[in-house]
Design a protein around this ligand. Sequence first.
Ligand code: R2B
Ligand code: URA
Length: 296
Amino acid sequence: MQLANPHIKPGQEDVLYHIALGTKSHNLQYLFHDVKFVCLGGSPSRMRQFAEYLVSVLQIEIPSGMGLTNIASGSDRYVLYKVGPVLSVSHGMGVPSLSIIFHEIVKLLHHAGCSDVTFFRLGTSGGLGIEPGSLVITEEAVDGLLRPYMELATLGKLVQHPSRLDPDLAQELLSLAQADPACQAHNTYLAKTMCTLDFYEGQARLDGAFCDYQEKDKMTFLKKVHESGVCNIEMESLCFASYCHRAGIRGAVVCVTLLDRLKGDQISTPHDTLEDWQRRAQNLVASYIKQRLKRS
Ligand code: R2B
Ligand code: URA
């Protein structure tokens, strides 16, 4: 894993502040050299649960008396679990939060001397015109103006970073979902994902604390978005995709839809059902990892 940053020099201390790790304080090579997959998801408890699930799916031995440990526990910003060659990491909500952890995980992998690492975002989203509980594998991430790049204010200028994802990885995940009996209970789509800077007005909701538009304006916008090929809306895919592209990392975004935004705004499905649905993205990514490890 090479860094596209000449300012980070070998031998110089590098502090990964938000995960409380560093090149002087930790032997990152010893701890992380074998990492081949990084799975990112919003919620700390969901990423712990995913790590526990991986322990059983990949049949990883955890030394007796040692449970799974949150390696980033020295900071309370994110959680980081290692299960064999897989990192399960929380990224919080929204692009700024994902951006920070992405930088620090890429630096961690660089310092650890890792190579050929695949990244996944396992997330939740609002669907457009598809059955709630469906999975959407992102073909292309677009912003709230339907543009396929992340615009970042850098040194007082807007810099555009293309949000390209690996088409082969997306296709492999889709084929796996179509072949896997565990995925037959729901639909899986390969489509564009719209990534917004906000859950309420950014996603054309009518139920925020503020709203300056009407139901018909919302519907006109959401239908236009849907007609452009977007099947789901969430808040991190644009940054995830553009950073994977910048870092030369193979990456995929797999999100479950919690509701159909053409039918409403509020997420009122019972908690247990939502938990079940969220496991669908986890199951698909875990099967993919298991298959890849078997091949290697
Ligand atoms: C999906 O769910 C969160 C908002 O509820 C956000 O992180 C996202 O992308
Ligand atoms: N996450 C989002 O960003 N939007 C939704 O509608 C649901 C989950």
